[in-house]
Ligand binder design. Structure first.
Ligand code: ADE
Length: 223
């Protein structure tokens, strides 16, 4: 899978060069292009933002550097990648969307300041995605969240020990509690059933715990 990110802070994406994602990129399962929007600014100070027409606070990212950065990003792709703008006004990202996006290449635009000139969005964007009902200072962290969640569905990214199926959200229930050695940690014991070796009882216990936790933390998921 190929993901191109348009950003004014490419160095922020160092953060996802580790762990499972770092390994996936090392193996060539995911190719991440970090495209610095500033390099496409055609003015002599490499400005990427300007005052909003109509007044108001903050600055607006200009159309020209974004549209040209998009053209460059598109030239790196063979097919038609999904073109996404990270924005708090977008559709809220969830596990189903993560799974769906994994079958396509993507170009992700990270916005800043008070927004992006609407003409760049009209020309370049297929959809806007939000990671939740709060406002971040920029789209970079949101893009990293999307990239991380989507990558888990790309074939070969998760090792056999990192299961996709049994986890929170895939089943509609939250994950049951997990324990590892020692069986007694400072007097706090692991639930007896997990030491019993009785697989049917363990499955039953885990399911019941999942239902309990979902009931307590996210009753909306049970509806
Ligand atoms: N940019 C700023 N806030 C955001 C959010 N909640 N989701 C996606 N992109 C954003």
């Amino acid at each position: 899978m190929r993901i191109s990110v348009l950003t004014i802070f490419p160095e922020m994406f160092e953060a996802i060069n580790h762990s499972i994602l770092g390994r996936a990129m090392g193996k060539g399962l995911i190719t991440l292009d970090l495209i610095d929007i500033r390099e496409f600014a055609d003015n002599k100070h490499s400005n990427v933002d300007d005052y909003p027409f109509g007044g108001g606070s903050g600055m607006v990212m200009m159309a020209q550097p974004i549209v040209d950065a998009f053209s460059y990003a598109q030239s790196l792709h063979k097919g038609k990648p999904r073109r996404i703008y990270m924005s708090p006004r977008g559709r809220v990202f969830d596990q189903g969307t993560a799974c769906k996006l994994a079958s396509e290449d993507m170009i992700i635009l990270c916005g800043h300041y008070e927004g992006v000139d609407q003409r760049a969005l009209d020309l370049c964007i297929d959809e806007e995605i939000s990671i939740g009902d709060y406002v971040l200072t920029g789209g970079e962290l949101a893009a990293m969240v999307v990239i991380d969640a989507v990558s888990r569905y790309v074939g070969g990214v998760l090792g056999s020990s990192d299961s996709l199926n049994e986890e929170s959200f895939s089943s509609g229930l939250l994950e049951y509690p997990q324990y590892t050695r020692p069986a007694d940690f400072r007097g706090i014991k692991v639930p007896e059933v997990l030491l019993s070796g009785h697989h049917a009882n363990i499955e039953k216990w885990r399911h019941e715990e999942s239902v309990k936790i979902t009931q307590k933390m996210r009753p909306d998921l049970l509806k």
